[in-house]
Design a protein around this ligand. Sequence first.
Ligand code: 5MM
Length: 352
Amino acid sequence: MNTNSHISELSIVAKALMAPGKGILAADESDATIQKRFESVNLESNPASRIAYREMLFTAPGAENYISGAILFDETIRQSASSGESFVKILEQKGILPGIKVDMGTEPFGASGEKLTRGLDGLEERVKGYVALGAKFAKWRAVFGIGGGLPTDECVKGNASRLARYAKICQMAGLVPIVEPEVLMDGSHTQQNCEAVTERVLTEVFAQLKQQEVDLTGILLKPNMVVSGSECPEQANSGEVAEATLRVFLKTVPPEVPGIVFLSGGQSPAEATANLNEMNKNGHLPWPLSFSYGRALQAPALQAWAGKPENVTSAQAAFLRRAELNSLARAGTYLPEMENSESGALNLTSQD
Ligand code: 5MM
């Protein structure tokens, strides 16, 4: 395939991931992370329990009405459901695009506890393998902590440079790269601190993407929202989060980027939905704003499931409900009252 056909294919996939009313399910928890999540419901993490959990999510009836793509972990993209069908096939049959996390976690950087994301070694070969397995897009996450003078310029530059290199490698192989620079919520910093750091990080990320000649029409950005640190005594409300987040993005994110898909980062499911809704109520923006949540889509479903086959239906209902509410938030038509009803859309209809 030549470069031009790759470029138009990338932009078709990026647009499909940003389809109106839909967002991305981040289900790419590494072994350590899924183990932590399962511990919260007293469940052992092993290949069988991980298959059962992901099968519950991916086969939820009608998920494709709200979910355009699912990000998988290396193990998951090679696994099959109890029916014998591969997860990739199950997703494809529903019209959900399979994606893959290609970073290999983090390595320490400097003496202050900062981290650089690793995984560039052999990435070209790995990416070819994922394309052969059916992946249409990829994800690489860099993390930046705030506090005590962090993040350093060196860490911001190092992570931004690796994000850009990853993005270029993916595009050359025909995968849409999701570029995920996450400014962490952990700590007592103020929302203003988060705004300043997010602006620094995004400015450097787009400088590196430009320098390394990444086609911005064939990426998606997966950023944090501009929120207060989780330990900050003063917590910004949804209106303040939306205002500060959009202020930063309008300064730093070029209009040709086909979409922004937020991470939830430790916000509660309802907060993540309300904040996205608030931003989408703001009217015309250069890029569509959607979700690529992990915890904010999955947490209620995991609690409802807890590893028990008899809970699959209620767990799927919990997952679908979050997906539906976030779908409404894409249009700015979510209402907090919907949190207390069975179905956001039905609630709306019954009020009409
Ligand atoms: C689903 O979790 C993803 C994988 O995390 P690890 O590599 O640490 O296991 C994670 O990258 C996730 O996609 C993003 O953090 C967004 O998830 P949240 O839960 O913050 O929306």
